[in-house]
Design a protein around this ligand. Structure first.
Ligand code: PMP
Length: 401
């Protein structure tokens, strides 16, 4: 799909055509997204919101138009519910701080799941430490899914918030977030969704999911690095205190008392990445023009094909094999360290990721030191998977000596 829009895919690695299968870490950018960055710096670079002059007004309009695009993309009720951040990690840190200040006291509990990325564990741990609260963990079943019975038992009157990944960045499994939200809401507990691995690959509709918060990163969605989003339902964003102070987030400042700006500016201290937001808007246009359902279908077919072909390789163990996945597969080859597999694939032009994928508790739960992870984007083709399998077979031969 649209491979020709990505010039970087024509790069040679050790003299071979690049096979890029590290999209869960970051996606490549289509030409029109890269061009948009040059266009922004060439035509309207100027600090936003405060300016009376023409360029500043255009930059402001573009930044706010991008916010509208994000709201539409995730079906938020209003663009005021979209806070621009530096990325998923930043969004979750902000949320953990603010929600901690508003909601959490000693003895309270926060729930995460076993498959979480460190950025959906550590900010909550830090907050729990500050507040004397406890982090509780939904155990994982053998097939990689969360143990829903155990989850329901974990919810109690001390639970203040549940924060879970929509899609695991290690296993690729799609978590039953609708049910997780429903069960939490029955108890009056808030839910945040880490959509870093789903936002570019699946439908994400915050009204349908009914989640209270959502976090994702532009760089995993064909957009720029250093930009992300924290979505929050208006009623909660209005109640939460700001996580950072400075310019933009204020209404009035005096040495005696400062009042805060309206949503979403209350959460955007300092000059926001208004070039990045404009470029991200173009990335969202790009995904929409490719067709979100088509992208999801294409990546599902690739994932199924990859699992099927990987099974042909002797000694391969696929984690959460056969489960519904969104473009990510983790595996190991019996008796071989994942790092060695990664290096030998790289020498053949195939870019994969190895290690703990910033999810050490999950890797420990799997009882391994790491995995090899392949992950897909809309520009990958079955041919990339064929090349991966060929390179894997060759790597095995080299390792056998
Ligand atoms: N959560 C998940 C599920 C992720 O895959 C990642 C990125 N690997 C993050 C959070 C963190 O995203 P970022 O580094 O863009 O802040």
């Amino acid at each position: 799909m649209r491979r020709e829009d990505f010039d970087i895919l024509k790069e040679k690695v050790y003299g071979r055509e690049l096979v890029y299968l590290d999209n869960a870490a970051t996606t490549q950018k289509p030409r029109e997204v890269i061009d948009a960055m040059v266009y922004a710096y060439t035509h309207f670079n100027s600090n936003i919101h405060r300016g009376v002059h023409h360029l500043s007004q255009i930059a402001t309009l573009n930044h706010e138009e991008a916010r509208q695009k994000v709201a539409k993309y995730i079906n938020a009720k209003s663009a005021d519910e979209i806070v621009f951040t530096k990325g998923t990690t930043d969004s979750l840190n902000m949320l953990a701080f603010s929600a901690g200040e508003l909601l959490v006291k000693e003895g309270d509990e926060i729930i995460v799941s076993t498959v979480e990325h460190h950025s959906n564990i550590v900010p909550w741990q830090m907050m729990c430490e500050r507040k004397g609260a406890k982090l509780r963990v939904i155990p994982m079943c053998e097939d990689g899914s969360p143990d829903m019975e155990a989850y329901v038992k974990l919810l109690n009157e001390r639970t203040k918030l549940v924060s879970v990944a929509h899609v695991s960045n290690v296993l690729g499994t799609v978590n039953p977030v609708e049910e997780i939200v429903r069960r939490a809401h029955e108890r009056g507990v808030l839910v945040a969704i880490d959509a870093a691995q789903s936002a570019a690959h699946k439908k994400v509709d915050v009204q349908e999911l009914d989640c209270d918060f959502m976090a994702f990163s532009a760089h995993k969605m064909y957009g720029p690095t250093g930009l992300g989003v924290l979505y929050g339902k208006r009623e909660w964003l209005e109640k939460l205190p700001p996580a950072e102070g400075g310019g933009e987030m204020i209404e009035h400042v005096s040495f005696e008392k400062t009042t805060y700006n309206t949503l979403p500016y209350k959460f955007e201290a300092g000059t926001p990445d208004f070039i990045g937001s404009y470029v991200f808007g173009k990335a969202l246009d790009y995904i929409e023009s490719a067709g979100r359902e088509e992208v999801e279908k294409h990546e599902r077919e690739l994932t199924e094909y990859a699992e099927q072909r990987l099974r042909e390789v002797e000694g391969v163990k696929i984690y959460a094999a056969g489960m519904r996945k969104a473009g990510v597969i983790s595996f190991n080859i019996e008796g071989v360290h994942p790092y060695d597999v990664g290096v030998l694939l790289d020498r053949q032009g195939v870019a994969v990721r190895t290690g703990h994928h910033c999810a050490e508790p999950l890797i420990t739960r799997l009882g391994v030191s790491g995995t090899v992870r392949v992950s897909f984007a809309l520009y990958n083709e079955k041919e990339d998977i064929d090349k991966l399998i060929e390179a894997l077979q060759r790597a095995k031969q080299i390792l056998k000596g």
